[in-house]
Design a protein around this ligand. Sequence first.
Ligand SMILES: Nc1ncnc2c1ncn2[C@@H]1O[C@H](COP(=O)(O)OP(=O)(O)OP(=O)(O)O)[C@@H](O)[C@H]1O
Length: 262
Amino acid sequence: MTGAAPLPLIEAVDLTRAFGGLVAVNKVSLAVHTGEIVGLIGPNGAGKTTMFNMLAGSLAPSAGTIAFEGRDVTRAPAHERARLGIARTFQITSVFPMLTTRDNIRTATYRTRGAGWLASTFRTAAWRRDEAAIDAVADEVLAFCDLAAQADIRADALSYGEQRRLEVAIALAAAPRLLLLDEPAAGLNPEEGQRLVGIIRKVRDRGVTVLLVEHHMRVVMGVCDRIVVLDHGARIAEGTPQEVAGNADVVRVYLGREQAHA
Ligand SMILES: Nc1ncnc2c1ncn2[C@@H]1O[C@H](COP(=O)(O)OP(=O)(O)OP(=O)(O)O)[C@@H](O)[C@H]1O
């Protein structure tokens, strides 16, 4: 007897986005299951960022659907998706440079919890309880992302790798079910890249499913269970890192770009 296939955590069907006459993403379907780490790769201009932004809710699709845990979220704005359990990081780091590492997390958590200014002004008992809970969450995600020693340092004094980890910590503070990582290894040296790989694996181990867009092949191949490859807005391959690395179409699009840039 075969059971029903498990419901994907997030599923995009025939997702399409046009900018004027340019179809940046053309009928791309993609499913990510709970517990997976999935990578979205492709050469420059392939449509990765466009696809990512549609999944995160910051860009409306021209056609197609997105379901999260079976619920249609195609038209749900980013904050609504965040409430349902989808968190994202940004390609360009979005931390507040003048706040400490811990206060960056606290600030983001206040925003997502919508803690009221009235309660905070009068420091009600409920507000103080909330404060203690937010502090506990901040300390837990800081330790998780190897940032405990940097908790009281201003974000602009962090190394680039630490800032990228802070982005992940901020996203985790919202206790998401799905974490969307937008080029998390961009600008990292190999050592920092490996550290990030370790953290992404730990993220999955704490029950958070991961979808990442990434150029850094060593990171993608080292951390993903499954990889989806886009080129010119279309899905050209999907498989394990080994399958994708050996796929003739994938090799062709990557080699073609390298030769064009040589
Ligand atoms: N806001 C926009 N307006 C017009 N064209 C856009 C817009 N955003 C993306 N495009 C175009 O859509 C195509 C796909 O872009 P996208 O940024 O999604 O690709 P990408 O795979 O993320 O590329 P990269 O690796 O360079 O970041 C490109 O041709 C790009 O110029």
